[in-house]
Design a protein around this ligand. Sequence first.
Ligand code: FE2
Ligand code: FE2
Length: 372
Amino acid sequence: MPQVVLRLRPRCFAARNLFFVRALSFGTVAPAPSQVRPWPGLRSWRDAPPNESRSWGSHGPSPSPPHDPIAMPASSLSECAATVLSTADPLTKSRLSHLAYSRWCRREIPVGSAVPPARPARPEKPLLVPPKEIPSHKSAGLPLNAYMLHNLAHVELNAIDLAWDTVVRFSPLREELGDEFFADFARVADDESRHFSWCSQRLNELGFSYGDMPAHNFLWRECEKSSEDVAARLAVIPLVQEARGLDAGPRLVQKLVGFGDLRTSYIVTKIAEEEMAHVAVGLYWFLHVCKKMDRTPCATFKDLLEEYGVELKGPFNYTARDKVGIPRDWYDGAEKQEGRAKLSEARNTQNFVHDRLASIIALERNNSEMNC
Ligand SMILES: [Fe+2]
Ligand SMILES: [Fe+2]
């Protein structure tokens, strides 16, 4: 019975207390508190009005051309979340996300509560396969830039659902978490919906569509694991999955520049920049929950990853991770930190030089075209 399930949900907090007791009984002793420096952009991210730049114009984000109106018959943010999760068409999912967040910002709807679907609705295409069966770009029949963009579009589509699932799944904990928790994750969902919209538009410009090659269901499986525990959800999704996005962003940009697709590289650069807020907001709420549980964040984070079988894989983008405030000892062996930091610094310098060269080449190309 859904209502019983919902009534039981607040036990997540009780469950977390159980987790706390269990962790103590395992003899987990927290190390000295690691320093967390919150991301300075969090306040302005939260205070910004809904972002209407859902298209990618000739020079960057731009407002979308007018669409047919879209309806969302839901009377709370949680119901909106459940509706988005139950919507299979990716662009409709994206537009509904924006509509839901805009309604929230206009104070038209409360957080409320709803029953989340067991899993999000998906379109017929792409075919979902195990990660090992994802074809290479050559066997998928897509050029490298479209292949990378398709993978990113898939990540963004999943990210919409992950954020809305966090809203609706933990809505029974509204008293404990407060409305700002739900506002933050609704804003994350809105950001992700804009990212998907940009990727989808660019794929179309390149002559492809989302669904043109198989994709995997790994991201949702990670989300499912943490459905019962808000601390685990925050650890597994924003602090691991989204943080992996910070690591991967500059490499992706570099490959796109190397391929010669500067327009897509600008889109990915913008997305990577906006992803920082999602990790930062996850960290903010993880710290908040740990405080309520009277737990040390670093030890709790590590315990949860072990309990849920989540692996941390480098190479890490230390610069971005430092900016959003994740202390290095949460994710990296202390003995490796110094050497890796130097390597990261060298890579950043290399990336900068590479980007400068790419800009110069593009300028030269434009000049020579104008002179023809
Ligand atoms: Fe995103
Ligand atoms: Fe994100």
